[in-house]
Design a protein around this ligand. Structure first.
Ligand code: FAD
Length: 387
């Protein structure tokens, strides 16, 4: 089993150094080690930190991720997907998005698009544990306690990466003045694989189906609210918080009971520039941050990993992994996707948080209009799968 090593303890110089052991760094280490590249991994082997006022006791990540088909494909290839307990990954069969006029609705269905599911909701802590376990047994990965020299350094240190600035890259970030409150709930009504989202300016609230703590009755909450309301909502008793939720969701998911702690994450949008330089490349949140309303941040990070892995597999034999042309190839391949997702989530958020009557009219009419265009809905569904 590979253990923790200092730079001198590595038998052979690594081809790749991965800095940051969040989901993206771990997936990158696994994907490149599978190609036979020697990977050094620098990062805490423990669960990810929660950079919030509401860290849960013990630091467990209480979030659940909506993962698209492309992310599931990558995790399957890395032998991580099947290692996640079945109750910690739940299929989304339908999606219902409600506007703020109480009547406009946009609905997506896997059946209508001839798909097995629209997405999966995955317990963040279970995904992290499965990734770390896979890394523990991967033959070409060595954990290191300090940076080591390698042909390619991958920076997957998350949005607050310190090394990024040291390499001369800068992330221009804009705060939304909102935070996302996450929590787990148990509902009296079965979720039946339905993910719900309410745009109620200025809030965006999502209830995602989970089979924890009880099959068909668990929900993951992601509730984006203005900064000034966060402390108040976190300080409420469980009963008072449940009452706020009942009001915000109009009882649509049945009676909701909190399971465990609540925690909040500050929300921002950002993109680092440049994304790569001689022998280094940014991946995941270190490269781009988006609002979680579309549940795409980790999907983008895992797509970065898949793209890099493909480009390194297909590289000319005389190019080393850190060859700047390969990194430029990767950056070009990913530019459209990340820019589009940032622009889409940002645009939606502005449209749905704008208080003016014309914006309200526009967003609600827009939802209704798209809902009556099945071909467009099928197109959007397939695009969201990321395949
Ligand atoms: C409330 C919320 C809900 C979300 N929901 C979704 C969703 O449904 N779907 C989705 O796709 N995405 C979602 N996201 C986005 C997703 O959480 C992130 O995109 C993803 O976690 C980024 O992973 P990462 O590995 O790039 O960064 P991180 O998870 O931040 O990991 C970076 C790691 O690097 C370590 N590190 C930092 N500095 C150093 C250093 N100098 N040396 C070594 N290690 C270092 C950190 O400790 C950390 O372990 C959500 C985000 C939030 C806030």
């Amino acid at each position: 089993m590979p253990g923790m090593a200092g730079s001198n303890a590595l038998a052979l110089a690594p081809d790749v150094l991965v800095r940051g052991a969040g989901a993206v760094g771990l997936a990158a280490a696994l994907a490149l080690a599978r190609q036979g590249l020697r990977v050094a991994l620098l990062g805490q082997p423990t669960a990810p930190s929660i950079s919030t006022p509401g860290s849960t006791p013990g630091g467990t990540d209480i979030r659940a991720y909506a993962l698209n088909g492309a992310s599931v494909d990558l995790l399957t290839e890395l032998k991580v997907w099947e290692a996640i307990p079945a109750a910690a990954r739940t299929q989304v069969h339908e999606m219902r998005i409600e506007g703020d006029d109480g009547a406009s609705v946009l609905e997506f269905s896997a059946w209508n698009s001839a798909l097995a599911e629209l997405a999966w909701i995955v317990d963040a802590a279970a995904l992290d544990a499965a990734l770390r376990e896979a890394v523990r047994f991967a033959p070409h990965i060595e954990r290191v306690a300090a940076p080591v020299s390698a042909s390619l350094t991958l920076l997957a240190e998350g949005k607050d990466s310190a090394t990024r600035a040291a390499l001369g890259s800068r992330m221009v970030r804009r705060s939304y003045g909102h935070q996302a409150i996450a929590a787990r709930l148990e509902a009296t009504r079965p979720h039946a694989g339905l993910a719900r989202q309410w745009f109620r300016a200025p809030d965006v609230l999502a209830l995602l189906p989970m089979d924890q703590p009880r099959h068909d009755h668990g929900l993951a909450l992601v509730w984006s609210v203005p900064d000034e309301r966060v402390a108040q909502l976190l300080a409420l008793t469980d009963e008072a918080f449940e009452a706020e939720l009942a009001q915000a969701t109009a009882g649509a998911a049945g009676e909701l009971r909190l399971i465990g702690a609540r925690a909040a994450w500050p929300l921002s949008i950002g993109r680092a520039e440049p994304l790569h330089g001689p022998g280094w490349l940014l991946l995941g949140d270190a490269a781009h941050v988006v609002h979680p309303l579309a549940g795409q941040g980790l999907n983008l990070g895992l797509a970065d990993v898949a793209s890099l892995a493909r480009i390194l597999t297909e590289r000319e034999s005389w190019r080393s992994p850190g060859d700047v042309r390969l990194l430029a190839r990767h950056a070009r391949a990913r530019a459209g996707d990340t820019l589009a997702m940032g622009t889409l989530t940002d645009g939606l958020l502005h449209l749905f948080s704008h208080p003016s009557p014309w914006a309200r009219e526009l967003r609600n009419r827009g939802l209704g209009l798209v809902n009556h265009l099945p071909p467009l809905k099928r197109l959007l569904t397939r695009a969201a799968l990321g395949r």
